[in-house]
Design a protein around this ligand. Structure first.
Ligand SMILES: Nc1ncnc2c1ncn2[C@@H]1O[C@H](COP(=O)(O)OP(=O)(O)OP(=O)(O)O)[C@@H](O)[C@H]1O
Length: 957
């Protein structure tokens, strides 16, 4: 059994501890050194009745060097039962005393089925420090401190694997009424909400849905230069039974860090501890007070939702418009009724206001006003978002707890699901518009490992149905020469540019029966897709085109081809009739990517001006078709739509949906609170999981590649994942194009360093990379970016010599794979910290985006079930903010991701990236093979890339 110090070394040494860096990492430990006296107090039973308290500390055994710890579900648990608080100092020497049991068990912390009867939770119960500002019970006796020390030593003496974090839970046991009271006192003192419930049967479900969190230093153990502190706890603590669902988080921290964090310092002499210090140790951080300080009266009755059908069934033969009207009416009436019941119920329970109901009624009036107009679909769509907003407002204005809000959101979600289900009943599939198409694509979710193509949404369009974005762009008509078939005919007065119409038609028609109308296929060596259609019409279903293409060339039937066909068609039309100054105007430059300038443009229609993004591709040879094909094929609300693709002899131009400012820009002038961070994280994970379900990997997830806009009506944030240039599909062999160094996962960094050193063929190595895990890690980095407003290794990179900071960073991350975890700021606590650790852990224990969506931290924004993930359309974010205008107008050309070689130009918070294909072949000279050190005199890459940049610039100008 290793000494505590060895253990702490061991914690890091499985994958090597990073050296100490400014502001964060623990100093190196001295293996085998004698521990200093450990005077820390931890958790005690202030009543002195030792039968009441048992403290369990379970340390996560994540992937470790030894096989017994390779199962992440295994945890070591130390249990001190029957209050056997040892008093002898010699019991602290790493040996378990008789009254301490050590065993291994799964980490699940199951809920004990029979919960005890518990007294009601008092609304006055403070979370964190006592109201009078002084600790009420903090009289740790010497024995108790020794016990705490002993317990921690037990923890230290177990092989805990390589993860720095540990998980503990606190369980108070006992069954007398006195024990109950004492339990409350302990909970209060420790700043833990004691969740109680009169109803034993409900207890399990309450425990299941509630998350009670406390942030504070519950105790600290010093040992030489190192200390171990329990920084925060989150858990349901109940009297008498083991109900803890949430773990207490224990971190290893330097004393210095603890001081910086204003954590409680336990001095050698307990009597010297200032009461204020104790209080500080259990202070609740403000952002969590907001969420968790609302008293909750446990009851699950109100969550019982009657299973009455919400939707009226669709009449056979009813036209789409009529159906939507019927359903819209019935749908909202039902929602209003439901909400009325809920509000009444809530009113009974809490004396709440009827404000929400009134809002719903206003919404309903608004719908009925538009029921006969052409804007119905748009209104319905907006209204469904507004419903979410109402629920959000409900939760805010009425101060519901997180779990209250959750079930309210669930109700809305169920209603929406029923909406979708009823549309699809008995094959009567209704997709009235292109807009609906893309919205509903969400519900296809990321089910299972999709080996093949994205599911084509089935849409049964009836003759006369309109398609468009609210304003009809066209309607379904029989074709002239094939009367039984259908096509879309444009309405003359449609204000949209032709390329948008065509995209909508194409999408609206997908899923109808196969139909190809006059097409020609030709070879064009210039085309990025090899094959393109240069015929007149390519309106068709995906199946129709697939069939058609299969007949022509069975080897090339991929969705990419379909995408190419649509693109080329659009491109052709646009080329003929879409000119700057005539049809659209340039508004401003949004940024500059490696391909060229990205501009915001606007159509010049008198009737409706539509903004869109025009992305230049100045170097055709470097262009990757995935940039266009993937967004065309993957319909997801967090992916911007591609409107068109222009192919001129010199350049390509991609026309796509405007997605707001990028996240890096957004963070420059906006504070994000944790709820917003969660909202963005949930959306990001959702879209990444969706891509992965088609074996498509983005590979360049970062704040620069995320567009942010306010949600509908300005509430919440809506993101779009941008830049599919580095994306790989199952057909592609992975390369190095477009990777961003700062977000490269440790295992990828290891590969890249090997490539640098020329030790192995690049292709071999890259083929073995799990790109899904690479994306997951990059999501974690992006989440960190939101917390820190800077990319994850911003400071670290600045500490490297400028000319080789990228390579140094790759080397550093590959050597210290857990360095990323130490970049997690202190403000990130509890569930979000847990989520980040899951996202950024070593590759073997890293979760998938799909799994991450199920993380408790995101419960408010994600509904899980049947393997589908659905991000809430509008979040519970309390922010009403219009980020794009100010940020973009004031900043003009925004700082873009800087290439790896030009990190000297790195903007605050920006991320260096590869930008273009790196010539790794030439790196061999630049790094010492043995030491892995870069030769600082060599900066050929940098020079090449900069020259190339300049060339592109001058081309562009
Ligand atoms: N659809 C869009 N809506 C709004 N802004 C966009 C959009 N597409 C791109 N941008 C802006 O342009 C910037 C550069 O775009 P993008 O990353 O797609 O270019 P790129 O040439 O692929 O860049 P790189 O490969 O260097 O990352 C983005 O950071 C973003 O600010």
């Amino acid at each position: 059994m290793p000494t505590p110090y060895e253990l702490e070394c061991d914690v890091g040494s499985h994958t090597q501890d990073p050296p100490q860096i400014e502001g964060g990492m623990p100093p190196k430990l001295i293996p085998g050194a004698e521990p200093a006296p450990l005077p820390g107090g931890l958790i005690s039973d202030p009543t002195g009745d030792q039968n009441l308290l048992a403290v369990k500390v379970a340390v996560k055994g994540l992937v470790g060097g030894d096989s017994q710890n390779e199962n992440p579900s295994e945890a070591m648990e130390v249990e001190i039962q029957d209050g056997g608080l040892g008093t002898q100092a010699d019991q602290c020497e790493g040996l378990a005393p008789n009254n301490v049991q050590s065993r291994t068990r799964p980490c699940g912390f199951p809920v004990t089925p029979q919960a005890p009867d518990l007294t009601a939770f008092s609304e006055d119960t403070p979370v964190g420090a006592p109201a009078d500002g002084k600790p009420t019970k903090a009289q740790f006796t010497e024995d108790e401190e020794l016990e705490a020390k002993k317990m921690l030593m037990m923890v230290e003496n177990e092989p805990v694997g390589q993860d720095l974090s540990a998980v503990a839970k606190i369980v108070m046991q006992g069954d007398s009424e006195a024990a109950m009271e004492d339990g409350s006192q302990i909970a209060e003192e420790l700043g833990i909400n004691l969740v109680t419930n009169e109803n034993q049967e409900d207890m399990a479900s309450v425990a299941d849905t509630l998350s009670v969190r406390v942030v504070g230093c519950l105790g600290q153990l010093e040992g030489g230069v190192e200390s171990m502190s329990i920084q925060e706890a989150s858990g349901v603590v109940s009297h008498g039974q083991e109900l803890a669902q949430e773990p207490v988080t224990v971190s290893l921290q330097t004393t210095e860090d603890a001081v910086q964090d204003n954590q409680h310092q336990v001095s050698a002499d307990e009597s010297q501890v200032e009461p204020e210090a104790r209080q500080a140790s259990i202070a609740v951080r403000p952002q969590f007070r907001k969420m968790h300080s609302i008293p909750y009266t446990a009851t699950t009755e109100s969550a019982q939702i009657p299973e009455t059908p919400i939707r009226p069934s669709i009449q056979e033969g009813t036209g789409a418009q009529e159906c939507v009207e019927q359903m819209g009416q019935g749908y909202y009436e039902s929602i209003i009724k439901k909400m009325e019941e809920l509000v009444n119920d809530a009113e009974k329970r809490r004396g709440l206001s009827r404000e929400v109901l009134q809002q719903l009624k206003r919404r309903a009036d608004n719908i009925s006003k538009h029921l006969s107009g052409p804007y119905l679909d748009e209104v319905l769509l907006k209204e469904s978002h507004k419903l979410d907003l109402i629920l959000k407002k409900l939760s805010q204005s009425l101060e519901l707890t997180e779990s209250d809000s959750k079930w309210l959101f669930d109700i809305a979600e169920d209603l929406m699901e029923e909406d979708v289900a009823s549309r699809e009943e008995d094959g009567d599939k209704l997709e009235p518009t292109g807009t609906k198409h893309s919205v509903n694509s969400l519900y296809s979710g990321c089910e299972g490992p999709a080996q093949s193509l994205p599911p084509v949404k089935q849409a049964k369009l009836h003759r006369g149905d309109s398609v468009g974005f609210g304003t009809p762009l066209g309607y379904i008509a029989p074709t002239v020469d094939r009367p039984k078939q259908q096509c879309v005919q444009a309405t003359d007065d449609s204000p949209y540019p032709k390329f948008i119409k065509e995209e909508v038609y194409s999408r609206a028609l997908r899923g109808t029966q196969p139909w190809v109308y006059e097409s020609e296929v030709s070879n064009n060596p210039q085309s990025p897709f090899n094959k393109l259609v240069s015929g007149k019409v390519v309106y068709s279903t995906a199946e129709g085109l697939c069939q058609y293409m299969h007949d022509l060339d069975p080897c090339r039937v991929t969705l990419g081809i379909i995408g190419a066909i649509v693109c080329e068609k659009i491109a052709q039309e646009v080329e003929d009739s879409f000119d700057e100054g005539v049809h659209y105007e340039h508004v401003k430059v949004l940024g500059k990517g490696s391909y060229g300038r990205v501009s915001l443009c606007c159509t010049l229609s008198d009737k409706k001006r539509t903004e869109f993004v025009k992305k230049e591709v100045l170097n055709k040879a470097k262009f990757r078709g995935s940039e266009v094909v993937v967004p065309l094929q993957i319909l997801h609300r967090n992916i911007p739509q591609v409107y068109g693709f222009i192919n001129t002899p010199e350049n390509y131009y991609i026309l796509q949906e405007y997605s707001g400012c990028n996240l890096t820009q957004f963070l420059l002038s906006n504070e994000m609170d944790e709820i917003e961070i969660k909202e963005v994280t949930a959306q990001l994970l959702d879209v990444v999981a969706y891509l992965h379900s088609f074996n498509i990997y983005h590979r360049d997830i970062k704040a620069d590649n995320i567009g942010v806009r306010p949600g509908l009506d300005g509430y919440g944030l809506r993101i779009k994942l941008l830049d599919f240039g580095a994306c790989i599909t199952p057909q592609d062999s992975p390369d190095l194009l477009g990777l961003t160094a700062a977000h490269c996962s440790p295992e990828l960094c290891t590969v890249l360093v090997k490539v640098f050193l020329g030790k192995q063929a690049c292709e071999d190595l890259l083929c073995r990379v799990d790109w899904g895990k690479v994306d997951t890690y990059a999501v974690g980095c992006t989440v960190l970016h939101m917390y820190k407003k800077k990319h994850i290794f911003y400071e670290k990179m600045k500490s490297f010599p400028e000319e080789k900071n990228t390579k140094e960073l790759l080397k550093y991350v590959s050597e210290y794979p857990r360095a990323c975890l130490q970049e997690i700021p202190d403000v990130c606590v509890g569930e979000m910290r847990g989520l980040l650790e899951d996202l950024m852990s070593v590759v073997t224990s890293r979760v998938t985006p799909k799994d991450a969506l199920r993380h408790r931290a995101l419960a408010m924004f994600v509904k899980s079930g049947n393997g589908n993930s659905q991000v809430r359309p509008a979040s519970s974010s309390s922010f009403t903010r219009a980020p794009s205008t100010n940020v973009l107008l004031h900043n003009g050309a925004q700082p873009q991701a800087t290439r790896i070689e030009s990190c000297t130009k790195m903007e605050e918070g920006g991320i260096p990236d590869f930008g273009a294909l790196l010539n790794f072949d030439s790196c061999e000279d630049q790094m010492d093979e043995d030491t892995g050190q870069c030769d600082s005199s060599s900066s050929n890459d940098s020079r090449d890339m900069d020259e190339e940049d300049m060339e592109s610039d001058s081309d562009h100008e």
